[in-house]
Design a protein around this ligand. Structure first.
Ligand code: SF4
Length: 582
């Protein structure tokens, strides 16, 4: 089965902006906060937010707590004044496009005109807009509504639309209004994001034989997408989560289209796509199924990253011109595997959102994974003794650093008053910790197992490996930014945003290229080391392709990103032997 995901699927700009405000406020205040009504029409997200003490303020409920955030739909001036009188902080998450409608209405009222809103009468966005009309507004949603407008035919009318209205519907009602009223001024306030999403859904439906719409059943724009796809003559299924998908739905289908409402996070879309792919593979030949499952398992269980670390141990030892025993390289790989496994175990809440397949493995085999991580860590320390006391002490220190990183230093009773109870709570520290662990172990373990002498090439190698590991972690974190934000995991991309993270990585890759060239020029590295520049270029291509909050799904992205480490070893080996032979 071929899977096509709509480019416009998922959070629209306004919803994403409101969500960011809520999560940043919750992180900043570290206290219970409210959203004025459900932030988005998606029960899974509302549940996830409530676990972070972000609750929904229902009508008639009085806000307490530290802050209340206004959602993208916006509210009336009266409601805002009420919230300000009751709550310490009111944070405005109104979508700028909705704020623009508020401004238009306000200006038209000042001019003495009456307001007609084309939209759903009880919708929160419409209630908010109506509040700006100061009692001189009316809402219509069909031809019948026109006869109920409480203004005489000579009254000046200014017409605006609820942002999610369909253009044809709006135009038709405007024409009817103009037939009855003389002074009609029209403001087309329909949001482009909604129109584009619906157009793409219709286009995708024509190209596929099954459409899956992901989103809350109580979300108007999600239901509308399903209607648009259905109207194109394609079988359409609306699901809230991947668990609702069964093999029967896909019987006889060859191409599946996936799109999602404006309130659906990208991890939900990815999980649905991953499930469709899984169902599709279940109908393939056995060898292909086994191969796919094996690759997935190797990546999800972090065995693959261990293999990549082994390749990088060869790279590091070649760069610093120390011969490394394959067994020593395995020790380094085992240490990195154990750090990744234990970190993922600690962060397993985030995997619930970021990767459904990894989540399954981490829940099904949770005890074994934890035991495997600890065992790997202990084996590294014990086996390193074989290579002498220095390597043994080196791994003891590295393991202590790994344990200290995750330990809570603050007693339970004091934790509510302390922002950072452990090193891992420091924002962005995880990315730095993992990259530093890679650089320290791969650079210094071959050095300490021989006779320790400080050489500049150690420093060069440390920086190159740090940058490669850092770019790998950040690219994966950008993909997972929405899931990480929901669970409050503060990675570098959740702190500085995807755009600045990409700029930072590009700058670092440039630095890594300069470091490599300088190291060759000052005779610290051999000429063949220049092959690393091909890896920096590979990483640049990966960042340009995947360094955004995309709906790309499946383990293949992680596989491709990490493959750079294996490529680095291959390129170095090939260029070294090419130079030797010629
Ligand atoms: S649909 Fe458009 S107007 Fe509504 S929140 Fe999204 S971007 Fe803003």
């Amino acid at each position: 089965m071929k899977i096509k995901i709509a480019r416009t699927a998922g959070f629209c700009f306004g919803v994403k902006r409101a969500m960011d405000k809520v999560l940043t406020t919750s992180n900043r205040l570290r206290a219970a906060i409210f959203t004025d009504g459900p932030l988005i029409h998606n029960p899974q997200i509302v549940r996830a937010l409530s676990q972070r003490r972000i609750s929904v303020l229902d009508d008639g409920c009085e806000p307490g707590g530290a802050a209340v955030v206004i959602r993208a739909h916006g509210i009336s001036p009266a409601r805002k004044a009420f919230l300000e009188s009751k709550c310490a902080q009111v944070i405005d998450g109104t979508c700028p496009l909705v704020s623009k409608i508020h401004k238009i209405v306000h200006k038209q009222i000042e001019k003495g005109r009456n307001i007609i809103i084309i939209g759903e009468a009880g919708h929160p966005e419409v209630i908010g807009i109506l509040g700006f009309a100061e009692g001189r507004g009316a809402v219509i949603n069909d031809e019948a509504g026109i006869s109920e407008i409480p203004f005489p035919p000579e009254a000046p009318l200014s017409v605006v639309a609820q942002s999610t209205q369909e253009l044809e519907h709006f135009d038709s009602l405007v024409s009817s209004l103009k037939e009855k009223y003389g002074g009609v001024e029209v403001f087309n306030t329909i949001c482009d994001a909604t129109r584009k999403r619906q157009e793409e859904a219709a286009e995708l439906a024509r190209e596929t034989d099954l459409m899956i719409i992901v989103g809350g059943r109580n979300s108007g724009n999600t239901r509308r997408l399903a209607e648009v796809a259905q109207a194109a003559g394609t079988k359409t299924v609306l699901v809230e989560t991947e668990e609702e998908l069964t093999a029967e739905i896909f019987a006889g289908k060859e191409t599946v289209g996936i799109t999602a409402g404006a309130s659906t996070p990208n991890w939900m879309i990815r999980n649905v796509a991953q499930k469709v792919e899984e169902i599709s593979y279940n109908s393939r030949a056995l060898p292909l199924r086994v191969l796919k499952k094996t690759v997935n398992f190797l990546i999800d269980s972090d065995i693959y990253i261990g293999i990549c670390a082994f390749a990088m141990a060869y790279v590091a030892s070649t760069l610093i011109a120390k011969t490394i025993h394959p067994f020593e390289a395995w020790l380094a790989a085992l240490y990195i595997f154990s750090m990744h496994t234990l970190n993922r175990y600690i962060d397993r809440d985030a995997s619930r959102y970021n990767s459904s397949s990894r989540n399954k493995i981490y829940h099904k085999y949770s005890k074994y994974i934890m035991a495997g991580g600890v065992l790997a860590s202990l084996s590294v320390v014990a086996l390193s003794l074989h290579f002498g006391v220095w390597l043994f002490l080196f791994y003891v220190l590295c393991s202590i650093a790994g344990i200290l990183y995750s330990i809570n230093f603050v007693p339970v009773g004091f934790r509510p008053y302390v922002r950072y109870a452990s090193l891992k709570d420091i924002p962005g520290s995880r990315d730095l910790f993992i990259s530093t662990a890679w650089a320290v172990v791969l650079t210094f373990s071959p050095a300490v197992s021989g006779k320790w002498i400080f050489e500049w090439r150690l420093l060069f190698t440390f920086s190159i490996i740090f940058i490669m590991a850092f770019c790998r972690t950040i690219t994966l974190d950008i993909k997972d930014i929405q899931g990480d934000s929901i669970v409050g995991k503060e990675t570098i991309p959740t702190l500085i945003g995807g755009k600045y993270s990409v700029l930072l990585m590009k700058f670092l890759l440039l630095c890594a290229s300069v470091v490599t060239i300088v190291a060759v020029l000052v005779n610290e590295y051999e000429y063949y080391s220049l092959s690393l520049i091909a890896n920096f270029a590979y990483m640049l291509v990966i960042i340009n392709k995947f360094g955004k909050e995309t709906n790309y799904y499946g383990n293949y992205i992680e596989g491709l990103i990490d493959f750079n480490f294996i490529l680095a070893a291959l390129f170095l080996l090939i260029s070294k032997w090419t130079l030797i032979l010629f």
